[in-house]
Design a protein around this ligand. Structure first.
Ligand SMILES: NC(=O)c1ccc[n+]([C@@H]2O[C@H](COP(=O)([O-])OP(=O)(O)OC[C@H]3O[C@@H](n4cnc5c(N)ncnc54)[C@H](OP(=O)(O)O)[C@@H]3O)[C@@H](O)[C@H]2O)c1
Length: 277
């Protein structure tokens, strides 16, 4: 019998890509404003008949998380604990999405799943708490940390740069933060594989190889033939409430061993994405 899959955060950047991989009749979807993951009764009702839950719901505004930590914690940690407890009672398999922001970015090589998280901002702390509370309360789950995601339904580094390019002749982009831009369409395919195979444990997923944000911007603007000049700068030139890790690189060997195709270098999916916009 086909799995009954419930997708939380279905209207978000990643959730909407996951949603597009399923026929409507095989997936129940939930999101704000009709559904609030922090409401225990609503959550219980939403996942009642599921045998797979995909949690893409999250408080994702990194800057606002500094001043609205209570809400970030409620969505990213407390609600995930409730989800874990509800799922544990019925042994429902859960896929939960987390982030590179659980790390401080001080390591000088790619982060592995066994590395100790040390978040440097409120969003990262709330997401780490969510991971820990899930693992503590429910073992039948796969946690996939993603990084630097971009996609069509969301506010992200790539879409912000493109929209700023329409207003400016030049743009400063940091060249001291390194990671791998990862298309939500590719991440959604991985989530689909997890839902099929019920892989358990903690995994890192990102496009292969890495670059600085400056290099990513140069690449995207080159492909789009945008005339706006990209000027390299350092993170401390930007005033922001939340600190960002300098190194977001992931070692993806663990998740690669579960996938039937090699993870592509970041340039290829980004080029395909840019052709869609
Ligand atoms: N974007 C990135 O660069 C990035 C990087 C690493 C990891 N991640 C992780 O990837 C996952 C998916 O994020 P995303 O990029 O798709 O972000 P997103 O576009 O902000 O999607 C999150 C979704 O969750 C919804 N949501 C927020 N609070 C909720 C609540 N109380 N109840 C129900 N739904 C709620 C949001 O609704 P509203 O839009 O109405 O608030 C939104 O539809 C998250 O776990 C995030 O932490 C993202």
């Amino acid at each position: 019998m086909a799995d009954k899959i419930v997708l939380l955060g279905a209207k978000g950047m990643l959730g909407s890509e996951v949603r597009s991989l399923y026929a409507e009749e095989n997936l129940k979807t939930f999101d704000l404003p009709e559904f609030d993951i922090t409401d225990f009764a609503q959550l219980q009702k939403a996942v009642d008949n599921a045998n797979v839950i995909i949690n893409c719901a999250a408080f994702t505004d990194v800057e606002k998380a500094e001043s609205q930590y209570d809400l970030a914690y409620k969505v990213n940690a407390e609600a995930v604990e409730n989800l874990a407890k509800i799922a544990a009672e019925k042994n429902i398999y859960v896929i939960h999405i987390s982030t590179d922001f659980v790390f401080d970015g001080k390591k000088d090589s790619p982060y592995e799943e066994t590395d100790t998280p040390r978040p440097i901002n409120a969003y990262g702390r709330s997401k780490l708490e969510g991971e820990l509370l899930l693992m503590e309360n429910h073992q039948n789950c796969g946690i996939i940390r993603v990084q630097w995601t971009y996609g069509k339904n969301g506010n992200n580094f790539i879409s912000k740069l493109i929209s700023l390019s329409k207003q400016r002749d030049s743009l400063k982009v940091v060249d001291d933060q390194f990671g791998s831009p990862t298309w939500t369409q590719e991440a959604a395919k991985v989530i689909h594989i997890f839902a099929e195979n019920k892989h358990r444990g903690l995994f890192h997923y990102a496009a292969a190889e890495y670059a600085s944000r400056y290099e990513v911007a140069k690449f995207a603007f080159g492909k789009l033939e945008l005339k706006t000049e990209i000027i390299p700068c350092k993170s401390d030139e930007f005033k922001s409430a939340a600190a960002r890790p300098a190194n977001s690189r992931f070692c993806c060997d663990k998740i690669q061993s579960l996938l039937d195709k090699p993870i592509e270098m970041w340039q290829k999916p980004l080029e395909r994405f840019l052709k869609t916009i």
